[in-house]
Design a protein around this ligand. Structure first.
Ligand SMILES: [Zn+2]
Length: 189
């Protein structure tokens, strides 16, 4: 859920849409008339991990998601850490796995949430113990992975291409079902 900024974090004045000249020309943003503070509303970086353990990719289901919707491990960065450190920390916190290599796959837009996804391929090992944030996980063979048409799904597709595999995307129908929790990835073990 997205919140609207209403008050100035500097002086607690009321924020209002105010036009002002910026480098790119006149721009209306939420600003504080009292102290001049501007709500830039810049996108927030989000870390995503394509986690590979023994040649399989871990997909997990967030407790806040619909049933049977599995995707990549994601999380926000903490102040003072690099993206690579952040992804290793998130992986440990959420799955108990230890990251050995953390390699950038790419950056992806997530306009709806005003986020930028920074996606990594992470080779990891250990015993999976999920945090309460995650309900269940699947270890997927590469040939069984299906990509979804959104930021982290495009990251997965690019990574599969880098491994010499042409990614298979959900059809529009399958994507709707996935988003509404009706599709479960097939697990092979
Ligand atoms: Zn203010």
């Amino acid at each position: 859920m997205a919140y609207e900024m209403r008050f100035c974090p500097n002086c607690a004045g009321t924020l209002a849409p105010i036009a002002q000249m910026e480098d790119s020309g006149e721009k209306v943003r939420l600003r504080c008339a009292a102290c001049g503070w501007t709500h830039w509303n810049n996108p927030t970086p989000v870390l995503a991990a394509i986690v590979e353990v023994d040649g399989k990719v871990l997909l997990a289901r967030n407790a806040a998601w619909p049933p049977k919707m599995f995707a990549l491990i994601t999380g926000f960065m903490e102040a003072g850490e690099s993206p690579q450190e952040g992804v290793a920390r998130e992986l440990k916190e959420e799955t108990n796995l230890d990251a050995h290599t953390v390699t950038l796959v790419g950056t992806y837009e997530f306009l709806r949430m005003n986020q930028v996804i920074i996606a990594f391929h992470v080779q990891a090992s250990g015993t999976v113990r999920l945090s309460p944030e995650l309900l269940e996980y699947r270890m997927m063979e590469l040939q069984d992975l299906k990509c979804w048409p959104a930021g982290t799904g495009y990251a997965l597709a690019d990574w599969l291409r880098s491994r010499g595999r042409e990614p298979v995307f959900f059809t529009a129908q399958e994507h709707q079902e996935w988003r509404h929790g009706l599709v479960q990835p097939k697990e092979t073990s």
